[in-house]
Ligand binder design. Sequence first.
Ligand code: ATP
Length: 225
Amino acid sequence: MQPLLTAEDVTYSFGPTHALDSASLRVYAGEVLALMGPSGSGKSTLLHCLAGILTPDSGQVTFDGRDITAMSDTARSALRRTDFGFVFQFGQLVPELSCLENVALPLRLAGVGRREAQRRSAEWLERLEVADVAGKRPGQASGGQGQRVAVARALVTRPRVIFADEPTGALDSLNGERVMQLFIAAARDTGAAVVLVTHEARVAAYSDREAVVRDGRVREQEYAR
Ligand SMILES: Nc1ncnc2c1ncn2[C@@H]1O[C@H](COP(=O)(O)OP(=O)(O)OP(=O)(O)O)[C@@H](O)[C@H]1O
């Protein structure tokens, strides 16, 4: 099977810090892949390169056969909006909007009408068991509720890849477990691949496969295909 997303010999430096040193990785459609490794090893930098947020100093990132490192900024932004979803440690919801409007936002940006966007967003909030916070602002929701809203927002456009950087890092273990269960079940339903950065073994346990990042390089687990 052809991978959906690949990094090939990617290097990236922040000034004198070599965050990635010839990192290579394959992500297959529909799989949940955990990126593990010590603090500062380059996991988040690799995630940002895969997602087209950072442009590698050298090497290639391809999505669905297209070299995203060679795309214009506009084309890459469009790809991020249509094919990728994001969940970060702190939901990063827009504080002035209601939770429902936060989920609807990516649909509105994609040109979906207001009513339809709200209908679909309400369904996703229901699915993530946070329908009760629909009308509230993120500041009025708990941390766990906020993360579920963030997951709903990442999935509402049915992206092909979801990038999650320590999605439960700010939650207690009980809340974290529930968010992971709902997140991974919903991602599997939509067929999205998930690239999950975590340092917690219990979070990585939700993945199909683990890759370890160390000193800016990736040791990929064998995958029988
Ligand atoms: N914005 C930045 N400016 C300067 N250096 C950075 C920046 N972001 C990351 N780095 C450095 O790049 C290296 C890789 O960082 P990265 O955040 O990718 O690691 P990580 O494995 O995700 O770490 P953690 O598990 O602690 O989040 C580290 O040495 C880090 O200090």
